[in-house]
Ligand binder design. Structure first.
Ligand code: SF4
Length: 350
């Protein structure tokens, strides 16, 4: 009696494991390397595409393996050129990826997700309202890059220049898969991108920031700061209760001393909450630990959170105060205001 084989996800296999599998079947080991490159370098979504393998070998692979894929569910294009895409995963869950073009600077950034939902419940965030459903695997993270890169080439005739792990989820709570995705994106035999073009953003988990430093991370780090004292930060980001600012400064200092990647603070300015001159002074103090750039971000409002974006005059005085204290500041105007721009807003609708 023939035993039915249930196909397994081939993307869970490292190159050495695939080579071993081929060896075990009495086939040349280099076939394993070829298949690995089809999947990770060329982004093959079916065995049919692997034209340097014989038809019979492709049939054998189909019997043993499958290649999971995600599909584009909804695309929103803002009049400012931002493209937000809702993607459906193989198990039906929805995530978001965003293409943020700055055409005149030839900067094309993909903002990608690392989890379905998020467990950190930051009060201003639409993803935080979803709770965490599951982690994405490295393949699902890399797939987002491929989809957004294609959009960038089709709409702007230019490939992506930057990738930020700043979409749905807390990347450091999916550390292993995030690291593996960075390895695939940057490996010279796979996608070959520069790690200095990749930024991983965190709400701040000191223990894992230190681990990242010990593991020799080469990418840049962004801290979603959003408040420069513990009382205010606790109010909007519960993770701060176990990872206060002192612990975060210490861990980022350690990261900086070992990894040398660029460090950025992301700071959403909420009107009357964290945009006073005292807040600017507190923030300036947090810029003394290591070289850091501050991105002040305009808030995209979500339902159920009462704060609104800072008024222009407050934002200007806040930024001026920082500049007078020699802090490097950029104000990032909100993108995609005419679409569901806030992180998680579009996926939540699904
Ligand atoms: S801001 Fe980031 S860490 Fe906080 S709930 Fe949203 S996705 Fe999670």
């Amino acid at each position: 009696m023939e035993v039915a084989i249930s196909p397994v996800d081939i993307r869970k296999f490292a190159q050495a494991q695939l080579e071993k599998w081929f060896g075990d079947q009495g086939l040349p080991l280099f076939r394993g390397r070829q298949v690995y490159q089809w999947i990770w370098q060329k982004g093959a979504t079916s065995f049919e595409e692997m034209t340097n393998l014989s038809k019979s070998l492709r049939v054998v692979l189909e019997q043993h393996f499958f290649i999971p894929s995600m599909s584009v569910d909804t695309v929103q294009i803002s009049k400012d050129g931002t493209i937000k895409t809702r993607l459906k995963l193989h198990d039906g869950h929805l995530i978001e990826s965003v293409l943020i073009p700055v055409v005149k600077e030839k900067r094309f950034t993909a903002c990608i997700s690392s989890q379905v939902g998020c467990s950190l419940s930051c009060s201003f965030c639409a993803t935080g309202k979803m709770k965490r459903i599951r982690n994405l695997d490295a393949g699902e993270i890399v797939d987002q890059y491929r989809i957004v890169n294609k959009q960038s080439e089709e709409h702007y005739g230019h490939p992506l220049t930057n990738i930020v792990y700043m979409g749905m989820g807390e990347p450091l709570l999916n550390y292993k898969e995030v690291l593996e995705s960075v390895r695939i994106l940057t490996h010279p035999d796979l996608l070959g991108l520069s790690s200095r073009r990749i930024t991983v953003s965190t709400a701040g988990i000191s223990k894992i920031i230190k681990k990242m430093a010990d593991d020799g991370a080469k990418f840049n780090l962004a801290l979603s700061l959003h408040a420069a004292d513990d009382v205010k930060r606790n109010q909007i980001m519960p993770i701060n209760e176990q990872n206060n600012l002192e612990a975060l400064m210490e861990s980022i200092q350690y990261f900086h001393s070992k990894c040398k990647g660029k460090i950025t603070y992301e700071y959403i300015a909420f009107n009357g909450f964290n945009d006073t001159l005292q807040d600017a002074d507190n923030l300036a103090k947090l810029c003394n630990y290591f070289p850091v750039k501050v991105n002040i971000i305009e808030y995209n409002p979500i339902e159920g959170f009462e704060m609104v974006k800072s008024k222009n005059d407050r934002l200007t005085s806040f930024a001026d105060r920082l500049r007078r204290k020699r802090v490097q500041v950029t104000i990032r105007r909100s993108r995609g205001q005419d679409i569901d721009a806030a992180c998680g807003q579009l996926a939540n609708k699904g």
